[in-house]
Design a protein around this ligand. Structure first.
Ligand code: KG4
Ligand code: ZN
Length: 339
């Protein structure tokens, strides 16, 4: 079954083709980073308008690249939530209408399920973890730890009680004058930082359980910035390094605890922050086996939507003709896919 996946939940327009026999065929992505950079964050209305401009040419380009036409498509999957409602509406309306026009099934995909399943999309050396497995989802909007019992069956074990880890990276970047998106900018600045100069707290690691908190770290960063302003490039690098160390350390401690508590030692990590090199290295050193998607499949993309949609469409699940989008949508509300 050849499925077109469409991702428009935030500031990336992503489209991809996944075939249930041949695997991932092609993907195209357009990032709105430059559009939002001068505002220091995503402006929802601008995001929706830009998705509208890009969705059709990007899909045409994708089909050309893969040597396919719309007549080859057998299903359409689009992100239906959670995310920016206007942005979601663009991909969902386009996807649903395209499927209707082609008389093929459509499916609305949960963005976080797609992130979680991205490591399973496969490649030559990808060996999927055995079910159940623990998963750490670290994105711009969510920081959560799940026990994955099966596709569609997710048990929440712990989460950030305030800011998501990616959000903390973005806010720290803003305070340091590093621009948007913050994660990659902080990581790049941290490369030249002295890890010994500042020590930031590891929030909630002294308490039992798997919940986390990143808002205190944000305040700590702000106070450090104020104390040392005006900042030299070296100050920025040193603060970025201390901040990154603190977030990574906290995530590693909670991940190790997850493995100990569940007795399941193959940890999947997914979401934008999973692209962080230091986090990947530290987790690999701390745990028996860590499974993560390649960095391009960690951040938002159409391939993960095509893949998650293909699983549900192959199991016979389809959407009605209405277009449903949800700004908020807890992952635990999803139903399991029929075996
Ligand atoms: O999963 P994602 O692309 O979008 C959401 O669903 O939120 O995650 C975006 C988040 C942003 O906060 C971004 O700053 C962060 O992931 N991010 C990173 C890195 N690359 C992206 N954070 C730390 N290090 C990175 N290399
Ligand atoms: Zn995402």
């Amino acid at each position: 079954m050849l499925v077109l996946g469409i991702e428009t939940s935030c500031d990336e327009t992503g489209v991809a083709l996944y075939d249930t026999v041949d695997g991932a065929l092609a993907q195209s992505i357009y990032s709105q980073v430059e559009l939002h950079a001068r505002y220091g964050g995503v402006v929802p209305e601008l995001a929706s308008r830009d998705h509208i401009r890009k969705i059709v040419p990007l899909t045409t380009q994708l089909l050309d690249k893969a040597g396919r036409t719309t007549a080859d498509l057998e299903g359409v999957a689009y992100t239906s939530g959670p995310g920016l409602i206007g942005a979601l509406m663009v991909g969902a309306t386009f996807g649903r209408a395209l499927a209707y026009g082609l008389d093929i099934p459509a499916i609305g995909v949960h963005h976080l399920e797609a992130h979680l399943l991205a490591p399973l999309i496969g490649g030559a050396d990808a060996l999927p973890p055995a079910l159940p497995f623990p998963a750490l989802l670290v994105s711009g909007g969510h920081t959560q730890i799940f026990r994955v019992h099966g596709i569609g069956s997710y048990e929440l074990l712990g989460e950030s009680l305030d800011d998501a880890a990616g959000e903390a990276f973005d806010k720290a970047a803003k305070m340091l004058g590093l621009g948007y998106p913050g994660g990659p900018a902080v990581a790049a600045a941290a490369e030249h930082g002295d890890p010994e100069r500042f020590h930031f707290p590891r929030p909630m690691t002294d308490r039992p359980g798997l919940d986390m908190s990143f808002s205190g770290l944000k305040t700590f960063t702000l106070n450090t910035v104020r104390r040392h302003s005006p900042l030299t490039d070296q100050d920025v690098a040193d603060i970025a390094r201390a901040f990154e160390e603190a977030v990574v350390d906290t995530l590693v401690i909670k991940s190790r605890r997850t493995v100990e508590q569940t007795g399941l030692d193959e940890l999947v990590i997914a979401g934008g922050v999973a692209a962080n090199r230091r986090l990947r290295e530290r987790l690999a050193a701390a745990l028996p086996r860590v499974i993560y998607p390649p960095p391009a499949l960690c951040t938002d993309n159409g391939a993960m939507i095509a893949y998650a949609g293909a699983i549900r469409l192959s199991a016979g699940q389809t959407e009605g003709l209405e277009v449903t989008t949800r700004a908020r949508w807890p992952l635990v509300e999803l139903g399991p896919v029929a075996p």
